[in-house]
Design a protein around this ligand. Structure first.
Ligand SMILES: [Zn+2]
Ligand SMILES: [Zn+2]
Length: 291
């Protein structure tokens, strides 16, 4: 019975751990599908409305831009998940007593500067930034590029989808700001369940809402991490106000995105080797908190 219970618990834990990834994938594909539909059919416009006529070339440009962003989001996310940021399989060298080195009692090894233990991943991660709950994996030295590029394309994709969905808001609010239209935008699920709106109106309102909320959330994450990358800090170092590893703007970009930092964001296949090894870092400032 105990072994059955522990098996069930392990299965539930595994599903819960992967749930955000499934949910995000579902939302990304739903939003892309809806925006493609808006481009191809211009669905939210009503029958009697004058339809905006888009040339087929203009539609193709829109679809290409959408799928370019979608492929980049999925590819970067996949490479992020497949790139192991931990110390597993990494030769850390024998210099365990150097400046900034610490001992991890859980992993039972000396760990280099900027490395820290993640209690979710149950391992030490090189230049650990934070544990990303949306991916269920740590952001560290080796997968940082994929993380920030995925955020960049999620941000640009959601900005695009929000602008495209502006028409949906206009159609919903066309009759004026009525209780019905406001409730449809604020609580589409309840309006659907209570039979107040059709499934089609619900789907458009839900996606339009998701775009706006997602855009605000992703904007906050993206600009925060962009700010940290430019400052040469990890999230942990930002908490303690330390900036001892900053190498200036270009140096920080190279250290985070690799030697082809100016190009690598275009496609995850563009090779951009990182200049360091994730173990040794050039110290340019005080290791003590500046506050
Ligand atoms: Zn550890
Ligand atoms: Zn982690």
């Amino acid at each position: 019975m105990t072994s059955f219970a522990s098996k069930v618990f392990c299965r539930v834990e595994s599903v819960c751990r992967h749930l955000p990834v499934f949910l995000n994938t579902f939302l990304v594909f739903s939003i892309t599908g809806e925006v493609s539909y808006l481009v191809l059919v211009e669905a939210p416009l009503e029958e009697d409305q004058q339809k905006t006529v888009w040339s087929s070339r203009w539609k193709a440009v829109h679809l290409l831009a959408q799928y370019f962003m979608l492929v980049n989001i999925c590819w970067n996310a996949m490479l992020f998940l497949r790139t192991n940021p931990s110390i597993k399989g990494v030769f850390l060298g024998g210099e365990g007593m150097g400046q900034g080195w610490r001992y991890c009692y859980t992993c039972e090894t000396h760990t280099p500067p900027r490395c820290s233990h993640c209690y979710d991943c149950k391992v030490c991660v090189l230049r650990r930034d934070h544990h990303c709950v949306f991916f269920g994996q740590c952001v560290g030295f080796r997968n940082y590029r994929y993380f920030i590029c995925c955020l960049l394309f999620m941000w640009s994709g959601l900005l695009y989808a929000t602008l495209m969905n502006a028409e949906v808001f206009i159609v919903i609010l066309k009759e004026g700001v009525t209780v019905h239209s406001v409730l449809l935008l604020l609580i589409p699920w309840i309006m659907l369940v209570s039979g107040q709106v059709s499934a089609r109106a619900f789907a458009f309102a839900f996606i339009a809402d998701t775009c706006v909320v997602g855009f605000l959330l992703v904007s906050a994450f993206f600009f925060f991490h962009l700010f940290l990358m430019i400052r040469g800090q990890t999230t942990r170092e930002w908490y303690s106000t330390r900036r001892p590893y900053s190498l200036g703007l270009l140096g920080n970009l190279r250290n985070s995105l690799g030697v082809r930092w100016y190009l690598c964001w275009l496609c995850p296949l563009i090779p951009s080797p990182l200049p360091g090894d994730g173990i040794h870092f050039q110290v340019t400032g005080s290791l003590e908190p500046s506050r």
